[in-house]
Design a protein around this ligand. Structure first.
Ligand SMILES: Cc1cc2nc3c(=O)[nH]c(=O)nc-3n(C[C@H](O)[C@H](O)[C@H](O)COP(=O)(O)O)c2cc1C
Length: 148
């Protein structure tokens, strides 16, 4: 059975909701999933899974989650070759060019760590709605197919 680790950063719950939706879909697809909050997660735990997913919020005009900086920095020292990754996060389109920049930053960090992108980055405006849930379900399916 394939394994996945879904890591989220959240203040108001939107990115935890996104992580929950992805986790539920991955489990429906037969994946053994671990879900955890970013400040409680060691970056090297991703070396022990097949599929790595990060769900980060963006703050203060394009900043990464403060409590996720150790995790982000530690990604530079892990080897994720042979792993599949995906990033899906919530921001607010009000912030224009800074919309969801943390999604792209974590995607680059995972790629630089050697993982293969399994699905396009997903950027959601505020809380996930019905259309977003469909997008997240398709995202999870692509990750599983890539990991096969
Ligand atoms: C002070 C502040 C700054 C923010 N800056 C950004 C930003 O630069 N880019 C963005 O996409 N969203 C920004 N947001 C919006 C949050 O990312 C958005 O509300 C997100 O859904 C929060 O996720 P969470 O519910 O998981 O905490 C900001 C929100 C606040 C309150």
């Amino acid at each position: 059975m394939a394994t996945a680790h879904v890591v989220f950063a959240t203040i108001t719950g939107n990115n935890e909701d996104i992580a929950d939706i992805i986790t539920e879909k991955l489990e429906q697809l037969g994946v053994d999933v671990t879900e955890s909050e970013i400040s409680q997660t060691d970056a090297d735990s991703l070396e022990k899974t097949d599929i790595a997913v990060i769900c980060p919020y963006t703050y203060d005009e394009g900043q990464l989650p403060e409590e996720g900086m150790d995790f982000y920095d530690d990604l530079q020292d892990v080897d994720l070759s042979g792993k599949v990754y995906g990033v899906a996060g919530s921001g607010d389109t009000f912030y224009g060019d800074d919309f969801c920049v943390a999604v792209d930053a974590f995607g680059k960090a995972l790629k630089d760590a050697g993982a293969a992108q399994g699905a396009d980055n997903v950027k959601i405006n505020l809380e996930p709605e019905d259309d977003d849930i469909k997008t997240l379900d398709a995202f999870a399916e692509k990750l599983v197919n890539k990991a096969k």
